[in-house]
Ligand binder design. Structure first.
Ligand code: PMV
Length: 320
C-alpha cells in the first residue's frame, strides 16, 4: 500500500497558455516540451484505511496549502472513496518559481498513487489524470521531446523524439528563488478574459507546433530556436497585455536575454525560453553548455545556475 515514484519537470518549447475547459482543466492549445534529467521530484504515497484525512509533507515540512490539489489528484486516480493517503515529497530544485515543479509533483503523485493501490494504468491514462491537476504535468509522464495534443474530448500525449536521437542541454538561470506572485491557472484565466491578443495566440498555435515538430524531426537547431523564442515571447505578450497585466519577469530576466543574444551573435547554438516565473532557461547543444553556463553565471542578478540534460518520463522506483 506504499509506492514511490520519481518524475522530472519539463520545459515547454511551444507553450501551453489558456484553458478551454476549466472544470476538466483542458488546455486551449497543444504544446511541445522537453523532459529534464537532473531535476526531480520523488514522491511516496502510502494508503492507510485508519487515517482520517490526507497529509502532505514536502521537503520534510507539512504543506497544508498544496494538500487540496494533491487530494483532488488522488481522487481522480483512485476514486473519492479511496483510503486516505500519507504523501511525502522531495524536490531537488526551487518550488513554485516557474521551474515546472507542479509538473513533476503531479506526475509523481499519479504514478505513486496508482502503484500504491495496485492499479495498473498505462502512461497515456496517467498523463490524462496528471493533466487534470496541472496541464504541464501530463507531459512529464514521457521522456525526451513530448507533444501534448488537445483533442475534442480530452488530451493525448506522446514522445515525438527520444533523448538519444537528439540530446540537448538546458541551463537554468535562477533570478529569484521565492514563490511566484500569481499562479498559472489564475493568470491564464485573466489572459483569456482580458488580453486583446489571446484569440490570435490560440489561432496561431497549430502553425508553431508544426514548425517545431518539423525542426525536431530534422534536428534543425536554428529552426527550433526561432520558433521557440517567438512562441515564448508571444505568450508573454498575451500576459503583459492582460488586465491586470501578468508580468513574471524581473530585470535579471532581461539581462539573461541580452547575454543569450550576445552568445548567439558569436555563433553559439543557444536559445531562451521563459515560463510563469522570472527564471530563464537556455537550451543549447551539449558542447556549448560550459560557455552558456559561464555567460549566465556572470550575468547581473543571476543567483544560481542549474544544468540538466534531457531525460526519461515519470517512473516507479519502489512499491511494497
Ligand atoms: O501546468 P501549469 O498549469 O503549471 O501551466 C504551465 C504554463 C507554462 O509553464 C507557462 C507553459 C507550459 O506549457 O509549461
Amino acid at each position: 500500500m506504499r509506492a514511490t515514484a520519481r518524475a522530472q519537470p519539463n520545459i515547454a518549447l511551444i507553450k501551453y497558455w489558456g484553458k478551454r475547459d476549466t472544470r476538466r482543466n483542458l488546455p486551449a492549445v497543444g504544446s511541445i516540451s522537453i523532459t529534464l534529467a537532473d531535476l526531480f521530484t520523488e514522491t511516496s504515497v502510502e494508503l492507510d484505511d485508519d487515517l482520517l484525512h490526507d497529509c502532505l509533507v514536502v521537503n520534510d515540512r507539512d504543506d497544508p496549502g498544496m494538500m487540496p490539489r494533491i487530494s483532488k489528484c488522488l481522487d481522480e486516480v483512485l476514486g473519492s472513496d479511496r483510503p486516505r493517503a500519507r504523501v511525502d515529497s522531495r524536490c531537488n530544485f526551487p518550488i513554485a518559481a516557474g521551474l515546472a515543479s507542479s509538473a513533476s509533483a503531479f506526475a509523481a503523485v499519479v504514478v505513486a498513487g496508482a502503484a500504491a493501490a495496485g492499479q495498473p494504468h498505462n502512461a497515456d491514462e496517467m498523463a490524462r489524470l496528471a493533466g487534470r491537476a496541472s496541464g504541464s504535468a501530463a507531459r512529464s509522464l514521457f521522456g525526451g521531446y513530448v507533444e501534448l495534443t488537445s483533442d475534442d474530448d480530452d488530451i493525448s500525449v506522446a514522445s515525438i523524439c527520444s533523448v538519444e536521437e537528439w540530446p540537448l542541454s538546458v541551463v537554468v538561470a535562477i533570478t529569484e528563488s521565492g514563490a511566484k506572485t500569481i499562479g498559472s491557472s489564475e493568470a491564464m484565466e485573466i489572459s483569456r478574459n482580458t488580453s486583446p491578443f489571446y484569440d490570435r495566440w490560440v489561432g496561431a498555435q497549430a502553425e508553431d507546433l508544426k514548425t517545431a515538430r518539423d525542426a525536431i524531426s530534422a534536428r534543425d537547431f536554428e529552426k527550433l530556436a526561432a520558433v521557440a523564442e517567438h512562441n515564448c515571447l508571444k505568450m508573454h505578450s498575451v500576459m503583459w497585455a492582460s488586465r491586470p497585466p501578468v508580468v513574471y519577469w524581473n530585470s535579471a530576466t532581461l539581462n539573461c536575454l541580452q547575454a543569450i543574444r550576445e552568445l548567439q551573435s558569436r555563433g553559439v547554438a543557444v536559445f531562451f525560453t521563459i515560463d510563469a516565473g522570472p527564471q530563464v532557461k537556455a537550451i543549447c547543444l551539449p558542447e556549448e553548455e560550459v560557455v552558456v553556463r559561464s555567460a549566465l553565471a556572470g550575468t547581473s542578478g543571476v543567483s544560481n545556475i542549474l544544468v540538466s540534460g534531457l531525460g526519461a518520463g515519470a517512473e516507479l522506483v519502489k512499491q511494497r
